[in-house]
Design a protein around this ligand. Structure first.
Ligand SMILES: [Zn+2]
Length: 327
């Protein structure tokens, strides 16, 4: 693999984890698609999955009260990492302000499933849409929405952090059944999340161990544990061991590399092998890095060339084919 990213005759990388740059596009789906495709062109990425982001202000306010923030921060009063984290430090001084600020964040980063599907259709086959659904309106309503999006989405994502629910909660069963019977890929956020979700009290539902029985009970459901359970500012690699155990023991569980380190990827290769890893950039959200930088981190690493090919496209290709999508 001598060619570099951006060379049109070169790579056919599949990015399994991106989001629409909707804010930058002024909320316009077609413009967001254009920006995402431009970023892909610059990175040598031929196909990307764009994942919707939906969180309910009501669910958030129910779980993240100023008192809950105070109590979640208690254990970190003398933790230098928390003290040097601007958002967490500010939350210590002003829990009410932190709640308000995060409510605003939820609104700003909202990327509804319908808009993502619209962007995918405007992308000339370069973007595939992954829906998401907050449980606020009830899981049945969620399934109905997915049904209306039939044929326009390839998967659905659960955010145990934003939705404050573990993925094996009985309430989510109808959604899991639907995804399994329709061949929708189930993407699940695992690990912590930026902001207040750095705190274990708010990211514990995103422990991949809650996917163990989901994967066992739904054998035909393809599950991608996003971020390998690893992302955490306070405790880097927070649930990595659980994610690797899960992917090793369950044939229908894959891991994406977004918001992880090369060290995490190497740990996954050693424990799980190269077949279960999918490249993901988390563009435009991860540490202000470009999609190209994310590709290059794998491409220019010391990993064997065959392993790079598997992570960057082969595994994604076969997984998408399994889900009935011809990349
Ligand atoms: Zn993401």
């Amino acid at each position: 693999m001598k060619r570099g990213p951006g060379d049109p005759g070169g790579l056919r990388v599949i990015d399994f984890h991106t989001h629409l740059p909707l804010t930058r596009a002024g909320g316009d789906a077609r413009e967001a698609a254009r920006l995402l495709v431009r970023e892909m062109d610059g990175a040598g990425v031929s196909l990307a999955l764009a994942i919707a982001i939906e969180a309910s202000p009501g669910v958030f306010l129910k779980h993240v009260t100023p008192a809950a923030v105070r109590s979640a921060l208690e254990a970190f009063t003398y933790d230098w990492r928390a003290l040097s984290h601007p958002t967490l430090y500010r939350a210590m001084l002003d829990p009410e302000g932190a709640v308000k600020g995060h409510l605003e964040l939820i609104r700003r980063h909202r990327a509804p499933s319908e808009l993502v599907a619209e962007a995918a259709e405007a992308s000339g086959g370069r973007i595939l849409a992954v829906a998401s659904c907050s449980r606020a309106g009830g899981v049945e309503a969620c399934v109905e929405r997915l049904e209306r999006l039939r044929g326009r989405i390839v998967g659905v994502k659960l955010y145990p952090t934003l939705d404050f629910i573990r993925p094996n909660h009985p309430e989510l069963e109808p959604l899991l059944d639907y995804a399994e019977s329709e061949g929708l890929i189930l993407v699940v956020h695992t690990g912590c999340d930026p902001g207040l979700w750095e705190l274990p009290a708010f990211c514990a539902y995103a422990n991949p161990r809650y996917l163990e029985d989901v994967a066992r009970r739904h054998r035909d459901l393809l599950i991608v544990a996003a971020h390998m359970g690893s992302y955490s500012y306070l405790m880097p690699g927070v649930y990595l061991a659980e994610a690797l155990r899960l992917a090793r023991s369950r044939g229908n569980v894959y891991l994406d590399t977004s918001a992880t380190t090369l060290q995490d990827v190497k740990a996954a290769l050693a424990r799980v092998g190269p077949e279960k890893l999918l490249f993901g950039s988390d563009y435009p959200y991860y540490a202000n890095a470009s999609m190209r930088q994310a590709v290059e981190e794998i491409l220019h690493s010391s990993l064997p060339e065959r392993v790079k090919e598997k992570i960057l496209w082969e595994n994604a290709e076969s997984l998408l084919r399994w889900a009935g999508v011809r990349p």
